[in-house]
Design a protein around this ligand. Structure first.
Ligand code: NAD
Length: 255
């Protein structure tokens, strides 16, 4: 209990899947949580749920690709709670699944705008705040797709590889400022993102079985499996941990 008591957290893409589980857990463990997303109804619903359980949360509409909005939300969270201790760069999409020679430039750029530029913009403005208030912890959602290659989703792989090294560079740049930056690398986690991916490919139940079988433990992960890792990196329990990669993958990359 109270593992992040008194801390202020901003979670991007907080309304669904891993982001939603993270908001619930951080609030349960005592943080004030800024649930940010473009999915207004789900985001506001989540804030209600957290508040009913006795937690502290508020919703901000935030498209991570829009720098002016990012700056505005960071400033409003600071105004409300005085500081930002934790940033979870979680918003992300899978994008198109075509071989490289068939991808249009717009398709590539659309994914990069969210998965890479979004991480950059949120990190930039939260860093400015953390430098003023004396430190913090930034957690970036990469993926096992940012650690190993695969014959699918080239832009997604590229984006998650970029996030992995953005985390290490920022960890080195800001270690002296007491700002820690780490990346998290989940394998397949059962969320709306994966369900949509399978629906686009055909039979969801059949697809789920195939994805389950890719993990040595025999099944996909759950959002909470990742949220607990994020909680650790957000809390002071991980005060000596920066520039690291937390792999949460049921053995997917252990081969
Ligand atoms: P999800 O689709 O359930 O949730 C993503 C959230 O991001 C949604 O609420 C969506 O509205 C929001 N979002 C999308 N575009 C946005 C934008 N421009 N600005 C702000 N918010 C935006 O996805 P998830 O499975 O929970 O994935 C969360 C993160 O974890 C992503 O970065 C994803 O790449 C990463 N990840 C997921 C898995 C998995 O198997 N689910 C595995 C590895 C990594």
């Amino acid at each position: 209990m109270n593992r992040v008591e008194g801390k202020v957290a901003v979670v991007t893409g907080g309304a669904s899947g891993i982001g939603r589980a993270t908001c619930l857990l951080l609030a349960k463990e005592g943080a004030c949580v800024a649930v940010t997303d473009i999915a207004e109804k789900e985001g506001r619903g989540l804030v209600e749920e957290i508040t009913e359980k006795g937690g502290k949360a508020e919703y901000w509409h935030l498209n991570v690709t829009q720098e002016a909005s990012v700056k505005q939300v960071v400033s409003e969270v600071r105004e409300k709670w005085g500081k930002i201790d934790i940033l979870v760069n979680n918003a992300g999409i899978v994008g198109i699944n075509k071989p490289t020679h068939e991808i249009a430039e717009d398709e590539w750029n659309e994914l990069m705008a969210i998965n890479v530029n979004g991480v950059f913009l949120c990190t930039k403005h939260v860093l400015i705040s953390m430098l003023e208030t004396g430190g913090g912890s930034i957690i970036n959602l990469s993926s096992v797709y940012g650690l190993v290659g695969g014959p699918d989703m080239p832009p997604y792989h590229a984006s998650k590889g970029a996030v992995r090294l953005m985390s290490k560079t920022d960890a080195l740049l800001y270690a002296k400022n007491k700002i820690r930056v780490n990346s998290v690398h989940p394998a397949f986690i059962w969320t709306p993102l994966v369900e949509k991916l399978l629906a686009e490919q055909g039979d969801v139940a059949e697809g789920r079985k195939i994805l389950d079988s890719l993990h040595p433990v025999g099944h996909m992960g759950e959002p909470d499996d990742v949220a607990y890792g994020i909680l650790y990196l957000a809390s002071d329990e991980s005060k000596f941990v920066t520039g690291s990669e937390l792999v949460i993958d049921g053995g997917y990359t252990a081969h």
